[in-house]
Design a protein around this ligand. Sequence first.
Ligand SMILES: O=C(O)CCC(=O)C(=O)O
Length: 264
Amino acid sequence: MEQNGLPKPTRDLAQAARDIKAHGLCMVEGVLEGETLRRVREALYRAADDDKARGRERKFGLDYAHDETNQRVWNVLSRDPVFSDLVEHPAALELLRSVIGWPALLGNISANITGPGGGEMVLHADQIFVPEPWPAEPQGVNVCWCVDDFTEENGATRMVPGSHLRHRNPQAGEAGEATLPMEAPAGTMIVMEARVWHKTGHNATADKRRAGIFAWYTRPIYRTQENWFLALDPSVKEFASDTMLELLGYKTQGLGLVYGASPV
Ligand SMILES: O=C(O)CCC(=O)C(=O)O
């Protein structure tokens, strides 16, 4: 179902899977609510403020932290157990399976916080690293957790309708394509397949930060963006479920073996 060129928010995961096929994305409302949403938000802003206070912010390349108001919080999985719950959220995994199947790898989970006055990000598709011509099906899925309300004013992620069907990266000269803001209340889970052209919107507010947590999953043949074996706090693996071990590449078949066998 559609409203203004974007799928209507839904709570029905079967409808959400159909929306991804038709629009390249779906918006599932109310996935995080009440105390859970409060905990995620509190843990994220704590990590972000801590990184700032300790000079631990990492800015590299336009795509990741595109101007001084923008803050990328890397490796949130190591920051608080609440982020493991997002990675393994049953609704996220169900939609992930509908797009790229299983097993899958977690390539990265980071937050993007756009601050007051923040500019737009470069228009991109997340499977930018896949050589063209692309395989017929999407190679990854980005699950965006709206930690704050996403509004056009505060820099909601913007997308080019129908861009997944173009089946290629945006080219030079297409940066100015018409986009729509993905407006959604905090707690919404937006699932985008990897071919959708999108970018952070301009944050036109005087005083509001807008945080989204982006969990990027791929088919298991791709290298992860975050190197979990080096980056992960060891306690995450220590207490990980089998599903999490698969997502992180510790429990594996065919690739990533140790002496011919799965490491765990
Ligand atoms: O911050 C946003 O709205 C978009 C972030 C994004 O496009 C990405 O992480 O790939």
